[in-house]
Design a protein around this ligand. Structure first.
Ligand code: ZN
Length: 434
């Protein structure tokens, strides 16, 4: 069960991100192929070429505990690209400090497993260990695969001979990047404070769930929450900020605050645009707590994907449907009729398809996995002479906080606590006590 749940959470993710970010990388098995930062606004987060926060400024340091373990890729790799500009202290297996120092690489080097049964190679340096942990005096000196990170980098050599790069970073530093990575800087502060609180809650909840996991708590991607680091290089070579002074200030202003359900942390699902009404959490997520109810939301009406239309030719739609029905062990011929069986559209709403001889049903969520690129599992269907039309609403799975709705509420003057209480009715927002 735990494994299944982990898998589902991996597939669906927590955030907007959730049915997340990457239509490009990962056609929606689940909904959310994109984070709102990419799809709903012109620029990436705030940040097009903005300046990352400057640690040398007078900002007081964040409380350094607890520490998050963030896997920088969705799976172990044969190689990572790495660079540093200062000498690094090196710790090996069992966290014993090595008497060696890793010299600054200046430019990128490759990190990979050695040919020996154990060992990790960083550029021309080799270490006979299954763990190489790098620490530097600088706040953010390490670059891994085009992202610059605060904290330490741990390279684990796995039994498979692959390497896993994990960033060990104080929670509040991590959140400074998540807020900008998940929500545009143009959104009002109170919506971004709400984002900071639910991102913190999600991270601490995951950390609690992964206490026995050997390597990491979260992915740096929309499999968990998007975490771009201090800055990163975009595909076109530009350097973009992954955090900002403002995002770090908002994290500081909400420092330690979390959402609690009956006194406990929970998986604070969130989604880019609900399209008018959020989705009951238990429909999609086995670990959804009862307060993840469906609530009305007109606050996201300014989002491009508040309502949307998509269409497929009948021939294409037939191909997708008959492939699915064949997989289920049924024959299906020419699509001749479609009926919406549920009043309310959503992932659990039922649709009846007929080829004139037999009738088959699928729900919104199943259909979304067949017709890749649908922004959400919330739609009604219409069959015309030539096309299957989708009349849809929202972007993402629709569970929990609606990010565009949070923006709309903040524009109307609502505070972060009111926003959270709207999307998680009855939630307690309080300082973390453990
Ligand atoms: Zn909404």
């Amino acid at each position: 069960m735990r494994l299944q749940l982990a898998l589902l959470v991996m597939i669906l993710g927590v955030g907007s991100a959730m049915y997340w970010r990457s239509q490009r990388e990962d056609p929606p098995v689940g909904p959310e192929a994109t984070s709102i930062a990419e799809t709903e606004t012109a620029s990436t987060a705030d940040s097009a070429e903005s300046t990352p926060s400057d640690e040398t400024s007078e900002e007081p340091p964040f409380n350094t505990s607890p520490e998050m373990r963030v896997s920088l890729t969705n799976s172990a790799r044969n190689t990572y690209r790495f660079s540093s500009s200062l000498p690094s202290e090196v710790f090996l297996d069992n966290n014993e400090q090595s008497d060696r120092i890793l010299d600054p690489t200046r430019s990128e080097v490759t990190v990979r497993a050695t040919n020996d049964p154990s060992g990790i190679q960083i550029g021309t340096e080799t270490f006979s260990a299954n763990l190489v942990r790098l620490r530097t005096e600088a706040t953010a000196d390490f670059w891994v695969n085009d992202h610059q990170y605060r904290g330490e980098i741990w390279f684990h050599r796995l039994a498979s001979g692959r390497v896993l790069a994990v960033n060990h970073v104080p929670l509040e530093d991590y959140l400074g990047s998540v807020v900008d990575s998940e929500m545009p800087a143009s959104f009002p502060d109170e919506s971004r404070k709400a984002q900071a609180i639910i991102a913190r809650t999600y991270a601490l909840f995951r950390r609690q769930e992964t206490a026995d996991e050997p390597y990491f708590d979260l992915y740096a991607t929309t499999l968990s929450q998007q975490y771009l680091g201090v800055q990163y290089r975009a595909n076109d070579g530009r350097r973009l900020a992954g955090e900002s002074k403002l995002s770090r200030r908002l994290v500081r202003e909400t420092a330690g605050m979390v959402c609690l359900n009956a006194g406990a942390l929970f998986s604070t699902y969130y989604s880019a645009v609900c399209g008018g009404k959020t989705t009951e959490g238990s429909i999609l997520f086995p670990d959804a707590v009862p307060l993840l109810k469906s609530v009305p939301c007109e606050y996201c009406a300014a989002a491009k994907l508040y309502k949307w239309e998509r269409s497929w030719t009948i021939e294409k739609a037939e191909r997708y449907l008959s492939r699915e029905f064949t997989r289920q062990g049924h024959r299906f011929g020419k699509l001749s009729g479609v009926k919406n069986l549920s009043d309310e559209p959503g992932p659990a709403s039922q649709f009846l398809f007929t080829d004139g001889r037999s009738e088959r049903t699928l729900n919104g969520q199943q259909i979304r996995t067949l017709f890749t690129g649908l922004p959400s599992p919330t739609f009604k269907l219409e069959l015309t002479d030539t096309e299957l039309l989708f009349h849809g609403a929202g972007h993402g799975h629709g569970v929990g906080l609606c990010q565009w709705g949070a923006r709309g509420m903040a524009v109307e003057g609502k505070k972060a606590a009111e926003i959270l209480d709207h999307y998680y009715p009855g939630v307690t927002v309080a300082p973390r006590t453990k």
